[in-house]
Design a protein around this ligand. Structure first.
Ligand code: UDX
Length: 429
């Protein structure tokens, strides 16, 4: 099939590439001319495991191309995906101006029947607005259908998630686009659920908020574990073996972050408020997340006392493993809080140092994770990169003025660390 994807961020670029990989012809559109040039010359603007190879392969096969012209994308495709950002506004609601602008641009370019698919995360009832807008601005009066098809990929596992999704959600207003949509997804061999548009839009916000709730739940349990001498990992393992609960997303941490959970949670709370159905439970999820970071900082100040004049080594800047993304990263938030307390920082991340430099100033960026501890008073683990488990603990112990580690991701074994002579403080253990 012939598809165009408008917006080449994480979702748009990976979606377009994976559709090309299964045999469709895909044009990726972006209004950032420099980004388009970079992609046309074989460059990739983001780090995502496996993506670069797939882009190269599909460009070479003639199934994937890039343009800055929406008109070109619309003209040459039967299905048009909207995958532009829906950033948060100050009051927590979603800024839909990019969606609205793209809807108008699509309307101006349509001359024959098209399926317009919203992939961006949007508040419930947005599909109706998109349909209204296209109808209003479409001079040719060509027919079209609007479909909601939310994306559930995780950064760092985006290719894997797209190639083998748990499910594909297709929200429609009529049956007309269903056949094309199901055929398009057929190669992914995933269960497909067809709903109305409003339900499809709600599924995305409800799912992300539920996952955030799961993390806040275990983080609240971690505080009780600390107060009572229990071990949160054992509690999570025991809970997770109940198939109704499941073990995933029960890893206690210094809190969730990233470009999705905090934004989607705020948006869902706002939507519920606007619909006159305040969702107090989700407000508590947010509060627990903020409190979890404050509790972690307190652990550090309780142990080191005065941070002014002390140097702290921080392992991890990305909001989670496998990504160079630092948007709403708990690790960056932590660094800034430690700086506010007067600490000097030496920091390292396997992939996110370049992006971190734009937001985290006055720190020493260290290329080798094993060199971070040099001249430091303590080490902090802020991101769950698996390579941190291979840290040369002996070298770090000798480099530190005192062998103190604060582990915000529970990467090391408590008994093992204590046996090695560390003062080791983690989460909920
Ligand atoms: C999330 C959803 O998982 C995905 O389905 C949706 O499409 C976009 O939002 P993503 O933001 O890429 O994906 O990250 P995710 O892997 O969900 O992690 C989010 C945050 O939660 C990270 O900061 C992570 O470190 C944290 N987390 C995750 C925990 O603290 N504990 C856990 O058990 C799991």
């Amino acid at each position: 099939m012939k598809l165009s994807i408008i917006g080449t961020g994480y979702v748009g670029l990976v979606t377009g590439t994976c559709f090309a990989e299964v045999g469709h012809h895909v044009i990726c559109v972006d209004n950032d001319v420099n980004k388009v040039k970079l992609l046309q010359s074989g460059g990739i603007p983001i780090y995502e495991p496996g993506l670069e190879e797939l882009v190269k392969k599909n460009v070479a096969a003639g199934r994937l191309s890039f343009t800055a012209s929406i008109a070109e994308g619309v003209e040459q495709s039967d299905v048009i995906f909207i995958a532009v950002p829906t950033p948060p506004q100050e009051d927590g609601s979603v800024d839909l101006s990019f969606i609205e602008k793209v809807a108008r641009d699509i309307a101006a370019a349509i001359t024959s029947y098209k399926i317009v698919v919203d992939k961006s995360t949007v508040p419930v009832n947005t599909g109706e607005k998109v349909a209204e807008t296209i109808k209003r601005y479409c001079k040719s009066k060509a027919e079209f259908d609007v479909v909601s098809n939310p994306e559930f990929l995780r950064e760092g596992f985006a290719v894997e998630d797209l190639m083998s999704p748990d499910r594909v959600v297709i929200g429609v207003r009529s049956q007309r686009p269903v056949k094309a949509m199901t055929e398009m997804y057929e190669p992914f061999k995933a269960p497909i659920i067809v709903t109305d548009i409003n339900s499809a839009e709600l599924i995305k916000h409800a799912a992300n908020s539920f996952l955030a709730l799961k993390i806040s739940y275990i983080n609240a349990v971690s505080a009780i574990c600390e107060a009572s001498g229990a071990n949160v990992q054992e509690v999570a393992n025991g809970m997770g073996m109940d198939a109704r609960i499941g073990r995933r997303f029960l890893d206690a941490s210094l809190g969730f972050g990233g470009s999705c959970f905090p934004k989607d949670l705020s948006a869902f709370i706002k939507i519920a408020d606007q619909l006159g159905q305040p969702f107090h439970l989700l407000k508590e999820v947010q509060r627990i997340n903020e409190n979890q970071m404050a509790r972690f900082v307190k652990k550090i100040t309780d142990t080191l006392w005065v941070l002014k004049g002390k140097t702290i080594g921080v392992l991890g800047l990305a909001f989670k493993q496998n990504t160079d993304d630092v948007r709403m990263s708990p690790a960056i938030d932590l660094c800034q809080r430690l700086q506010k307390e007067g600490a000097t920082l030496r920091v390292h991340d396997p992939k996110a140092m370049e992006k971190a430099k734009a937001v985290l100033k006055n720190v020493t960026y260290v290329a080798d994770m094993n060199a971070v501890a040099e001249g430091c008073d303590a080490l902090v683990v802020a991101t769950e990169w698996p390579e941190f488990k291979k840290l040369d603990l002996n070298r770090a112990r000798k480099a530190l003025s005192h062998p103190i580690m604060f582990d915000g991701r529970n990467l090391f074994d408590v008994a093992e660390m204590e046996k090695l002579g560390w003062i080791y403080k983690s989460i909920g253990r």
